[in-house]
Design a binder for this molecule. Sequence first.
Ligand code: ZN
Ligand code: ZN
Length: 305
Amino acid sequence: MTTDEGLRVTLLGTGTPIPRPDRFGPSTLIEAGGQKILIDAGRGATMRLYQLGVPMGRVNALLLTHFHSDHTNGIPDFWLTGWLSSFYARRTAPLHVIGPRGAKELISNLEKAYAADIKIRLVDEKLPPEGIATRVEEFDHDGLIYDQGGLKVFAFEVDHGEVIKPCFGYRIEYGGRIAVFSGDTRYNRNVIKYGAGADLLVHEVATARPELMKEAYIQRIVAHHTTPREAGLVFAEARPKLAVYTHVVQLASDTISPPSVEELIAETRKTYDGPLEVGEDLMQFEIGEDVKVRRYDVQHAAMMP
Ligand SMILES: [Zn+2]
Ligand SMILES: [Zn+2]
């Protein structure tokens, strides 16, 4: 199957604010109908695109879920480095950003912050001015926010806590295939509503050992996210062909170790018995008749068959 026929999802970063070298900041690449779109650009998104051999200039749009820095701190790197003339970059058209209300302010402030670099490169490297321009669209309620080449994206509101607003998830549709992303959220019925009948349902999750749950700051973090048991309830109701975890919050302290991936799965199994993968950076899903999972081989710098 080629990308033009199917829907392909690649987890670029499956991490959180923790600067782990094996789990980069939240970012996901969607490819279908000749379109390439990014959902969020956390730390290291450019490095994962480079590993995949996807030039930054080939990305048609950047979608934002919310404004927590772990989801946005890769934007300046993606935007500015993507403008360079080298093979891994070469953006020659304005960067198209789509996000909740607040996206325009974020991008216009980045333009101010990096004005000196832009001025220098325009004169010194003769880079095309259109390639560093931006086109930002904002939305403030559930609905269709992208429709190109048969690829449709719907935004839906999720619940990341009282003051962390706005915050959205995304439902991607292409050729009858459906991939749904929870964004950062607590247990939320809207994810079940938009996730119903999905081929792929990608959900965030947060875990901590019971000893650590006694700490107030840990309780505060967990209250903004979904526990494995709660995510299992979402999966059990939405019944996707494949459920996947990303944004894997494994809380720890200097004396208490983080719950393992095996423990995360065991907790989920208390409420959900269907197909499940714990996402890893560069894990890729080819969505056709069924959902094929591929992993990246770091040693050979290529996707495993
Ligand atoms: Zn967040
Ligand atoms: Zn987050």
